[in-house]
Design a protein around this ligand. Structure first.
Ligand SMILES: NC(=O)c1ccc[n+]([C@@H]2O[C@H](COP(=O)([O-])OP(=O)(O)OC[C@H]3O[C@@H](n4cnc5c(N)ncnc54)[C@H](O)[C@@H]3O)[C@@H](O)[C@H]2O)c1
Ligand SMILES: O=S(=O)(O)c1ccc(CO)cc1
Length: 488
């Protein structure tokens, strides 16, 4: 890090976490650069006892924060957005080093994060509800009120944005936040967020940034001071979070995994189809919940498609994203790599053809193409979270819909065709929270509602106007000039 970097100086967060001040936690954990294995520092970790004390502190601080004039809250959000703009390169370099992102992905992640902050800064000045029809002489209002403390549990893959997309609107709408970043990405997904709000003037205690493992996340889901949980991560952990939140009567929003189909119809432009597929499958090494986990290709163009996608995969440059332009960086750790390798092996054993890839050097897994995959193949159903194209032939549009819907997930689907009407008709039969015609599956603009169906989430949505509903609750308020005289 050069001297001009001032947002995230190591000395500030080394063995520290953020509770309104920078202080020691219960233990520490190494910040490891996946591309090299180098230790970049050590962050402090919370334990369940710290979650309990800091959730109580957040609940206390929330009252004064929610009572501030709305434009004071907006000002903090605007300031945080400007600070993120000023320090965009420094933040992006941490996203690259800590999460193994290529530079383009890190730049995009910082850009959408800034956009999320700007969008959130508009929430405090929004109308807070509506005037309801009522009996004469009674003013009847439905108004949205903050929930209290929102617990945000975030993953490693888009650590900055997937945390900020919930932290920013929660704060803007008058809530306090307890954020638990994944310990593997606690600097770009936690320290950066703490620093932006600290320097933007957020009152101490309103934001708590407490990295930790699953047990610390579990403590958040049962804490009595926390009113809502926003969770992004695996479906397996999401089920546990959902169970615990329900047991403790908390609102819960679950953004989980996906096995997303990119459908290539036989009238699609083949060159564009290859470019869209490469982006949808290989961006961030496939470690995105919206990644195209299935590529369904119509029989008439199938052979040419597989040939060209294989050539494309071969052409992608794999390497340390810090050193020159590469398209494929490392996976986050050996466990994720081994999981992807296991699926590739079992897929070929079950009859899929390994066209290219399947090899690795350290955490760098070569871009892989598996063709001839059938619904009986493990690669058809398992979310791989690695740079693996799973290519499946189909005959009719109805077959494509049947194959795409043959999954418990329902996050993102996409259709490529020169005939938009045909694609729209096919799209009507797809069970998915996000649907793109003539684009690939990895898409988010911050202002759109974002959420999945089935095992991809519990039907809640985050983003754009959905945030207002998500991070507040209704209160019915009535006012009369004088209390009525009741019959008894
Ligand atoms: N839908 C999405 O937006 C999305 C985003 C990222 C990852 N994923 C999924 O996550 C998988 C791997 O990513 P991961 O290792 O980050 O997932 P994960 O579910 O293990 O972890 C996500 C977050 O949840 C925490 N956590 C784990 N167990 C918990 C528990 N019982 N209670 C509370 N918190 C808990 C983790 O510490 C982390 O902060 C992928 O295979 C993919 O399916 C989904
Ligand atoms: O939840 S994910 O599908 O992984 C995801 C990744 C990136 C973005 C940002 O556009 C949104 C959701």
């Amino acid at each position: 890090m050069s001297q001009s970097h001032t947002l995230l100086p190591t000395a500030l967060w080394q063995e520290r976490l953020f509770t309104g001040e920078w202080r020691a936690g219960a233990s520490t954990s190494a910040v490891v650069e996946p591309a090299t294995g180098a230790e970049l520092g050590r962050v402090a970790l919370a334990d369940p006892a710290l979650i309990a004390s800091q959730a109580a502190a957040a609940a206390q601080a929330q009252k004064a924060w929610a009572a501030l004039p709305y434009d004071e809250r907006a000002k903090v959000l605007r300031k945080a957005a400007c600070l993120a703009e000023d320090h965009a390169d420094e933040i992006a370099s941490w996203v690259v080093r800590e999460s193994g992102s290529i530079q383009m992905k890190a730049g995009f992640e910082v850009a959408v994060t800034i956009k999320a902050l700007h969008e959130a800064s508009g929430l405090p000045s929004r109308s807070a509800g509506e005037v309801l029809p009522s009996e004469p002489g009674r003013l009847s209002l439905a108004r949205r009120r903050p929930l209290g403390v929102v617990g945000v549990i975030a993953p490693f893959n888009f650590p900055l944005y997937l945390a900020m997309r919930a932290v920013a609107p929660s704060l803007a709408l008058g809530n306090a936040v307890v954020l638990k970043p994944d310990p593997r990405t606690a600097v770009c997904g936690g320290v950066a967020i703490a620093r932006l709000f600290e320097l933007a003037g957020l009152p101490a205690g309103v934001l708590q940034v407490l990295p930790g493992d699953g047990a610390v996340g579990a403590a958040i889901t049962s804490d009595p001071h926390i009113a809502m949980i926003h969770f992004t991560g695996s479906t397996a952990a999401g089920r546990k979070v959902g169970e615990a939140a329900s047991r403790n009567l908390k609102k819960v929003s679950l953004e989980l995994g996906g096995k997303n189909s990119l459908i290539v119809l036989d009238d699609a432009d083949l060159d564009l189809a290859i470019a869209n597929t490469a982006w949808g499958v290989y961006l961030h090494q496939g470690q995105i919940c919206m990644s195209a986990g299935r590529v369904l290709v119509q029989r008439g163009i199938y052979d040419s498609f597989v040939q060209q996608l294989t050539a494309k995969a071969r052409s992608l440059k794999v390497g340390n994203p810090l050193q020159g332009e590469v398209q494929i960086g490392p996976l986050i750790n050996a466990a994720q790599r081994d999981r992807a390798l296991r699926v590739i092996e079992s897929a070929t054993q079950a009859g899929a053809v390994l066209e290219v890839g399947g090899t690795h050097e350290g955490l760098f897994l070569a871009p892989t193409v598996l063709s001839g995959v059938t619904p009986e193949n493990p690669a058809f159903h398992e979310e791989i979270f690695g740079p693996v194209a799973v290519v499946i032939p189909f005959d009719t549009d109805a077959d494509a819909a049947r194959l795409a819907n043959d999954t418990e997930y329902g996050l993102s689907m996409a259709i490529l065709s020169r005939d938009v009407g045909r694609a729209l008709q096919l799209g009507e039969s797809l069970h998915t929270g996000l649907l793109h015609i003539n684009d690939q599956t990895v898409n988010d603009e911050v202002v759109n509602p974002f959420g999945g169906v089935g095992a991809s989430g519990n039907g809640s949505s985050i983003g754009g106007s959905a945030n207002w509903e998500e991070f507040t609750q209704w209160q019915w308020l009535t006012v009369k000039g004088q209390a009525p005289a009741y019959p008894f």
